[in-house]
Design a protein around this ligand. Structure first.
Ligand code: DON
Length: 307
């Protein structure tokens, strides 16, 4: 037990000079208010034990990290046919880019760029009302984290709705190609609210543990998904989870990870642990600057890189 706490303390002291670097996301006004000096980290090992440091119990907006959970749900709903509507290649472009959609017939490169996640949200919405779909997403995340306290922050969702011109452009453009099946406003409503999930590092690491544990909940718990599907989601996180910085994240950390503009990163050490880190200052690619540094230090110290 003590060795985990020592490990976290040593990562924290090495990253401390960098906490506050980068810029807090301000294109979603509700996110601009967050204190850039925050830093939290939690590690959950396969037996479910939790180790944490800093602001690991403070909730933040998980934003694009939610795309991991909606992808998992959508694969459960429609299986491999999802790949007819969204690709699984890195885009090499920023998270909100539209450029590839024209020459690629409205099929987004992968489920983690905004366009891909909007298609995934549309898949989950089909046959349901937005509230039902959001209820399904929220229940799934609460089930994974074993925590009914997880909420969606309506103010963040509203704030993004007011300023979501790029996402509206992506959704309308894909609708024109027949790759959005529901009314655009409803699909975007689901997307904005999933991004507004508010979680802390402990909850996020617990919710991601199934990806480190061959698809199973902690210990020998239930399979949330098959081991094969968990492997594939990890592969997508490694290759696409940090947009046009996915190569850099693999180079520096060597683990599957998914970032969000709220400054959170969910990182998976397969068959070892799930790690969540939060620090709101973002680097030029829109990923947590100190969070990435902390994961780089952690991976080096533990030897957890998959390479
Ligand atoms: O759609 C958006 O722009 C945000 N709700 C999510 C973007 C995001 O988190 C990108 N991650 N680094």
């Amino acid at each position: 037990m003590l060795e985990w706490e020592q490990l976290l303390a040593s990562v924290y002291s090495d990253v401390a000079p960098y906490i506050g670097e980068g810029k807090v996301a301000n294109y979603i006004p509700a996110l601009a208010k967050v204190d850039p000096e925050k830093f939290g980290m939690a590690i959950v090992t396969l037996d479910g034990s939790v180790h944490q440091i800093g602001d690991a119990n403070e909730s933040f907006s998980i934003q694009s990290v939610s795309k991991v959970f909606t992808l998992t749900l959508a694969l459960g709903r429609v299986g491999e046919s999802l790949w007819k509507r969204v690709g699984r290649e890195p885009s090499g472009t920023p998270f909100n880019s539209i450029v590839q959609l024209e020459s690629e017939h409205g099929i987004p490169r992968n489920p983690f760029i905004n366009a891909g996640a909007i298609v995934v949200a549309d898949t989950l919405l089909s046959g349901h009302q937005p509230k039902e779909t959001l209820g399904e997403i929220l229940s799934f995340v609460r089930y994974l984290a074993d925590d009914d306290g997880i909420l969606i922050d309506a103010e963040v969702a509203r704030s993004e709705q007011h300023t979501g011109f790029r996402n509206a452009a992506l959704a309308n453009y894909m609708h024109a190609f027949g790759n959005i099946h529901n009314p655009v406003e409803k699909t975007l409503g689901v997307y904005y609210h999933q991004c507004a999930l508010s979680m802390n590092c402990v909850q996020l690491a617990k919710a991601g543990l199934f990806l480190a544990n061959n698809g199973r909940l902690a210990n020998e718990g239930h399979h949330a998904i098959s081991a094969e599907r968990a492997r594939r989601i990890n592969a997508l996180m490694l290759t696409c989870g940090h947009y046009d910085a996915s190569g850099d994240f693999a180079f520096r950390v060597g683990l599957p990870g998914k970032s969000g503009v709220g400054g959170g990163i969910l990182c998976i050490a397969p068959r070892k642990a799930a790690i969540a880190v939060w620090s709101p200052g973002l680097n030029a690619n829109g990923n947590s600057a100190a969070g990435t540094r902390a994961l780089e230090i952690l991976a080096k110290r533990t030897g957890w890189s998959i390479f």
